[in-house]
Design a protein around this ligand. Structure first.
Ligand SMILES: O=C(O)c1ccccc1NCC(=O)[C@H](O)[C@H](O)COP(=O)(O)O
Length: 264
């Protein structure tokens, strides 16, 4: 059994509880910018900065970090979006973290979880997310299509995550407009930025906001994926462990104007 299988099994055990309780959060209603528009109009590599306490591959990363303080630093440093891990059993996150961050910042907020059911989208929306993640590897085609449609109906943007060419085909088939390639293989934990290169070469010439996720540790990695065509990056661990969050984040916002007009 892979780690992704284990996480999905855990999610299934949590569904009855979510389905039996109405999501109640004190959410401040905000008109946030569109992540898609931000990515498509940017002259610099856009950073989706993640609140990530722990992970299956690394164990505890930064359990003491206060989510709102971290998110405010991300926003002040010019992050395009804040990703908040809400998965509890493996990442030590929560919807409460998401809700607190969403109330504190004005930029897009991504609910980073392993979504397999509409009720999780209801919780994400109620807690204040403006973007949700759908992981192709965790879903059948039928689930992917219906969850994408459900989130879109709820006025949420959707980041559709792929890892290989086959998954990219499935993401394109449902009309995904924000596609992220996860450089981490969620079945083996292997991380390679060449996944971004491989997927970038397969993107059709349509206006897709293409981002690179995981394993981006500093400006050299950011430059590598920008050269491959990424408009944005999703960064967790490197920012969570940084002694100077703002400086580390700003160093990733590299100029991409030379690439504007290519398949980006
Ligand atoms: O991070 C993990 O160990 C992990 C394991 C299994 C499934 C998902 C996992 N991570 C989720 C993510 O996609 C990352 O948190 C995100 O892309 C940021 O990655 P990083 O910058 O490498 O922390």
């Amino acid at each position: 059994m892979t780690i992704l299988d284990r996480i999905i099994d855990q999610k299934k055990t949590e569904l009855p509880q979510l389905l039996s309780t109405k999501p109640v959060f004190l959410s401040i209603d905000k008109a946030r910018p569109s992540l898609y528009e931000t990515l498509m109009s940017a002259n610099s590599l856009q950073v989706i900065s993640e609140m990530k306490r722990a992970s299956p591959s690394k164990g505890d990363i930064a359990t003491e970090v206060e989510p709102v303080e971290q998110a405010l630093q991300y926003e002040e440093a010019g992050a395009a979006c804040i990703s908040v891990l809400t998965e509890r059993a493996f990442f030590k996150g929560s919807y409460a973290d998401l809700n607190a961050v969403a109330n504190a910042v004005n930029i897009p907020v991504l609910c980073k979880d392993f979504i397999i059911h509409e009720v999780q989208i209801d919780y994400a929306k109620a807690a204040g997310a403006s973007v949700v993640l759908l992981i192709v590897a965790a879903l059948t085609d039928v689930q992917l299509k219906s969850l994408h449609a459900y989130a879109t109906e709820k006025q949420l943007e959707v980041l559709v995550e792929v890892h290989d060419a086959e998954e990219l085909k499935r993401a394109l088939a449902i009309g995904a407009n924000i596609i992220g390639v996860n450089n981490r293989n969620l079945k083996t934990f292997d991380v390679s930025l060449s996944a971004t290169l491989e997927i970038a070469q397969l993107l059709p010439p349509s206006p897709i906001a293409f981002i690179s996720e995981s394993g981006i540790l500093g400006p050299e990695d950011a430059q590598f994926v920008a050269n491959a065509g990424a408009k944005g990056i999703l960064v967790g661990e490197a920012l969570m462990r940084s002694g100077n969050v703002k400086k580390s984040l700003k160093a990733l916002q590299i100029d991409i104007t030379a690439k504007v007009g290519e398949n980006r």
